[in-house]
Ligand binder design. Structure first.
Ligand SMILES: Nc1ncnc2c1ncn2[C@@H]1O[C@H](COP(=O)(O)OP(=O)(O)OP(=O)(O)O)[C@@H](O)[C@H]1O
Ligand SMILES: [Mg+2]
Length: 355
């Protein structure tokens, strides 16, 4: 990994999710970071069910502007802004090639990427990182990140409109791995990171000596609310309330009654679908990477706070599971100390990027 001298004193990490925007403002210390401030704000209408297909990218601009105002950050004064893109037309993959000198590497990787990475649209944008060169074979392990021009343009347009200068754009799954690697006491072995958002769950498998793997599982908090609506015959606002209070657990004050709508549930519950996808991906990883030394599953993202979810996943996947606290190596002023919020993990990983 290349290391350049670090010039910035303060950094801003911004995670634009389908449900909420998360902004983290850090000051760089001699050794590590200090949290200056943060903010989480939903971009979807509160209390009413939204139509996913109706959500427009324009809605982000006023939300981000409002957040910057609350945080007293002047867009033009931000020198080190790190944001990220994710979703269907973004992909990241670890590949192996024969050793190639720098000047040949880029064009060779472009052809490799076209083979390995399914990106729609014609203008593929590629970034790569040489992870290691194997001594025996002289093969190179390379992390390829790809997206297309439309995705990147839409993203930078939002930031431009707010007045921010998008100088560093990362990929969600890399920022997740970064947040973890910089904020955990990692031993050997392999770790499974799940960023459980509103509409998707980014799954990353990472270990200091292991193959990098990332994919998206297409479920999140939105699906949990929908489940509660049908299972408990509630409207959206009540279902959301129930979700925040009880999560996957039964309300002890309400006798569970078998309602008609329970018979309607033809699909399996979201937690079951997620657990199944995790198991499927782990099986694939074991075959590809030749290791099954999974030490822990860490949950991050807003839906990591869903009550009962860590226990459910631990039980179904059979790997110790806990909610990730993203502030281990970030100094936190006293006023924040009770707010170790896993929903901020990705934004922190972004703000902690130094190169
Ligand atoms: N305390 C809580 N308990 C349960 N769910 C919660 C809680 N707090 C937030 N959520 C849920 O977390 C989700 C938002 O999380 P997050 O900000 O990580 O998503 P996002 O990044 O906007 O979405 P995505 O990553 O899918 O684009 C919403 O579905 C919200 O209802
Ligand atoms: Mg998200």
């Amino acid at each position: 990994m290349k290391k350049k001298p670090v010039r910035f004193r303060e950094s801003v990490g911004i995670d634009i999710g389908t449900h909420s925007v998360k902004i983290v403002h850090l000051r760089r210390l001699h050794d590590g970071f200090r949290l200056l401030n943060y903010e989480i704000l939903p971009t979807v209408p509160q209390g009413v069910e939204y139509v996913v297909g109706d959500l427009r990218p324009e809605r982000f601009v006023p939300v981000i502007s409002e957040m910057l105002k609350t945080l007293r950050i002047k867009p033009k004064s931000v020198k080190h802004l790190v944001s990220s893109i994710g979703g269907d037309d973004t992909s990241i993959k670890q590949i192996k090639t024969i050793f190639l000198p720098d000047d040949e590497l880029e064009s060779a990787l472009f052809f490799e990427a076209k083979k390995h990475i399914p990106i729609s649209g014609s203008d593929m944008i590629l970034d790569y990182q040489v992870l290691s060169v194997e001594e025996k074979t002289n093969n190179m392990n390379i992390l390829l990140a790809a997206t297309n021009k439309d995705v990147l343009n839409e993203h930078t347009n939002i930031l431009d409109t707010v007045g921010l200068n998008p100088n560093m754009v990362d990929v969600d799954s890399l920022a997740i791995a970064n947040a973890f690697a910089l904020n955990a006491y990692v031993e050997d072995g392999v770790y499974v990171l799940l960023n459980v958002g509103a509409h998707r769950t980014n799954m990353v498998i990472w270990g200091p000596e292991s193959r990098f793997f990332a994919r998206d599982i297409p479920y999140g908090g939105y699906n949990f609310t929908r489940d509660i609506m049908s299972k408990r015959s509630l409207e959206w606002p009540e279902a959301e309330e129930y979700k925040f209070e009880h999560g996957l657990l039964d309300d002890p004050n309400v006798e569970t009654v078998q309602t008609l709508s329970m018979l309607d549930i033809s699909e399996k519950p979201t937690e079951e679908a997620i657990a199944e996808e995790i198991r499927r991906s782990l099986r694939f990883y074991v075959k590809e990477a030749g290791t099954s030394d999974f030490r822990k599953i860490y949950l991050m993202g807003g839906s990591a706070k869903l009550k009962g979810l860590p226990e459910y996943i631990q039980d179904k996947v059979n790997i110790p599971t806990e909610v990730f606290m993203p502030f281990i190596n970030v100094e936190m002023p006293e006023r924040f100390e009770d707010k170790k919020d896993p929903q901020l993990a990705l934004a922190i990983g972004l703000a902690m990027r130094t190169e």
